[in-house]
Design a protein around this ligand. Structure first.
Ligand code: DQA
Length: 146
């Protein structure tokens, strides 16, 4: 089965972006963590990042087609700032029925109030936040138990 790991806006800046919040590892390092986690479980990994909401919608639909074919283990989505703004991403998850892990590197609940609400949590099977980039590997280990 395949695991989709999708990353939203500004996550291409990981490593240099607010390192006190997000750590010093880069998105390439995160991809490596995910590759290793998927290898542990025999999953194929699709790992992507975009700053564009519509690209994320298209990729959720792509994951949805795999889901419909019984070939998707799960979608790990760090929608970044779109978490707090995007009805389009919510509708994409709802419309495809993909099994979703919502992920945040930081503990969004310990941060500004505008980060406390997520459009995605209500349609997520699981929410991972605050474990730093290690959360990606933990999320893949978790969905392997579904
Ligand atoms: C984030 C948290 C969001 O509030 C923020 O907009 C991000 C990253 C995280 O991984 O902690 O860009 O999703």
């Amino acid at each position: 089965k395949t695991v989709y790991v999708l990353n939203g806006p500004n996550l291409n800046l990981l490593g240099t972006r607010e390192p006190q919040v997000y750590g010093s590892q880069t998105l390439a390092d995160v991809e490596q963590l995910c590759t290793e986690a998927c290898a542990r479980h025999g999953f194929t990994l699709v790992f992507r990042q975009s700053n564009h909401e519509g690209a994320l919608v298209d990729w959720i639909h792509e994951a949805g087609r795999l889901h419909a074919a019984g070939q998707l283990a799960g979608l790990v989505l760090n929608a970044a700032a779109y978490t707090h703004t995007s009805v389009a991403l919510l509708d994409a998850v709802k419309g495809t029925g993909v099994p979703l892990v919502e992920l945040h590197i930081s503990n969004v609940h310990a941060r500004e109030a505008f980060r406390h609400h997520s459009y995605l949590s209500g349609v997520a099977r699981a929410v991972m936040c605050g474990f730093g980039v290690q959360g990606y590997a933990l999320a893949i280990d978790g969905l392997a138990q579904w």
